[in-house]
Design a protein. Structure first.
Length: 159
């Protein structure tokens, strides 16, 4: 069964209208709430997803790690954050490994493969896309609101 069939068979509207998320329920690294996509291993470039990494759906129907050094690797595609070896969170809340980010600050695709950054890329030809917002950072985890923006841009000069 392909990911398209799985997505069609899931009732994703269940999560789309949820009005309350208790941050206290996201206090364990890897905990997530929201819209998930189960992906068969044959549709992942490699054996499994690496937890906490970002992946995009390539035009060949396989998922690859994102990379903001070019617009071809996640800037204009469906992206998700791996919550385990075959699941992607495509919209919702996620407790990921801790990183420096102010509460409420936007988070971006990073130029390191599969990574999230609190800073937008700055080099020519880099893609800039907001993937969510930092909600809370502790020593153990960072809770993010993962909701990739559909708007992105490619830098034409270094900034």
């Amino acid at each position: 069964m392909g990911w398209e069939t799985i997505l069609t068979n899931q009732n994703l509207s269940t999560y789309a209208h949820s009005s309350t998320i208790e941050l206290s329920t996201l206090n364990v690294l890897g905990t997530s709430k929201g819209e998930h996509l189960s992906v068969p291993s044959e549709e992942i470039n490699g054996e499994t997803f690496t937890p906490y990494k970002l992946y995009y759906l390539n035009s060949n129907g396989k998922f690859f790690q994102t990379d903001a050094t070019t617009d071809a690797e996640g800037a204009k595609s469906l992206i998700g954050i791996a919550t385990d070896s075959n699941k992607l969170l495509i919209a919702g809340y996620f407790a990921t490994e801790p990183f420096e980010a102010d509460s409420g600050a936007p988070l971006y695709l990073d130029t390191n493969a599969g990574a999230i950054s609190p800073s937008a890329p700055t080099w020519a030809d880099n893609a800039v896309r907001i993937v969510g917002y930092a909600l809370l950072t502790t020593e153990e985890y960072t809770v993010i609101r993962f909701y990739p923006d559909s708007v992105w841009l490619e830098l034409s000069i270094n900034i």
